[in-house]
Design a protein around this ligand. Sequence first.
Ligand code: F3S
Length: 79
Amino acid sequence: AKYTWVEKDTCIACGACGATAPDIFDYDDEGLAEVIYENDGNHGVTAIPDDLFDDLQDSADGCPTDSIKIADAPFNKEG
Ligand code: F3S
């Protein structure tokens, strides 16, 4: 499994990730992306299933500020 988390400090609300992977990313009130998969709450603790890996990688590759982080272990961020 993979885990993902959006670094909001560097996200510029470009809106690409939610279009590429709508099952994984959505936006907060300021338009900043966050991980919403299974109510992750942008903590990066929810395992992303294999069938979403392509969308996940495409999102990370397409983010202009490299704000989408991916790892093999949970991030345990505060959101
Ligand atoms: Fe932000 Fe990157 Fe998504 S800038 S809106 S995390 S594609």
